[in-house]
Design a protein around this ligand. Structure first.
Ligand code: PRP
Ligand code: URA
Length: 206
């Protein structure tokens, strides 16, 4: 399943992020706000179970979330999406995957992994602003599957068809959510028009 959210509020904030003159503070704040808006949509399909409760007036059957949510940002840039999603799902646990993309080969290299227990019974949301070749996303999904995760959502801000295809070919069971689908990759693997290097713009490096 691929869902491109294309929401006017998200598109407005993403346009600010795309502008080359936007500085670190506005870039980070817009990403944080978009993360919260995306989380609302991504959580629409979370499973619930009936629960008997008593209001001040009467007994009734309500619904509560039936699975734990684990948010897994891909370091570094995925960190920019974490707080916004946690505001909507404050009970979520958090895992971390450290991957960097080799600038020459565009292959992902793993340098860190730390996960909460019980990934197999949780909804695992892997988050990263950029889905370019898809190499990092596919590697991250491999890593959580190796630890038992079965219900996996890949949440990215900007993607391209190449990256979506890479995930769908390797992991057809994973739901993909994008704020926007861009045109293509350029010759050095950057998204066009994209927003440049997300990690550098979030953290002010380079
Ligand atoms: C960026 C981005 C993704 C990856 C996407 O991270 O945040 O993780 O590239 O590219 P791909 O789809 O071709 O794998 P980068 O490796 O630059 O690391 P950073 O977040 O530390 O800057
Ligand atoms: N990673 C980024 O940060 N930006 C791109 O356009 C592609 C990969």
């Amino acid at each position: 399943m691929l869902e491109v959210l294309n929401h006017p509020l998200i598109t407005h904030k993403l346009t600010l992020m795309r502008k080359k003159e936007t500085g670190t503070k506005d870039f980070r704040e817009s990403l944080d706000e978009i993360a919260e808006l995306m989380a609302y949509e991504v959580c629409r399909e979370l499973p619930t179970k009936p629960v008997e409760i008593e209001t001040p007036i009467a007994k009734c059957v309500g619904q509560e979330l039936s699975k734990e949510v684990v948010i897994v940002p891909i370091l570094r840039a995925g960190i920019g999406l974490l707080d916004g999603i946690r505001r909507l799902v404050p009970t979520a646990k958090v895992g971390f995957i450290g991957l960097f993309r080799d600038e020459e080969t565009l292959q992902p290299h793993e340098y860190f992994a730390k996960f909460p227990k019980n990934l197999e019974d949780s909804v695992v949301m892997i988050v990263d602003p950029m889905l370019a070749t898809g190499g990092s996303a596919v590697a991250a999904i491999d890593m959580v599957k190796k630890r038992g995760a079965k219900d996996i959502k890949m949440v990215c801000l900007v993607g391209v068809p190449e990256g979506v295809k890479a995930i769908q070919d390797a992991h057809p069971d994973v739901d993909i959510y994008l704020a926007a689908m861009d045109e293509k990759l350029n010759e050095i693997g950057y998204i066009v028009p994209g927003l440049g290097d997300a990690g550098d713009r979030i953290f002010g490096t380079k």
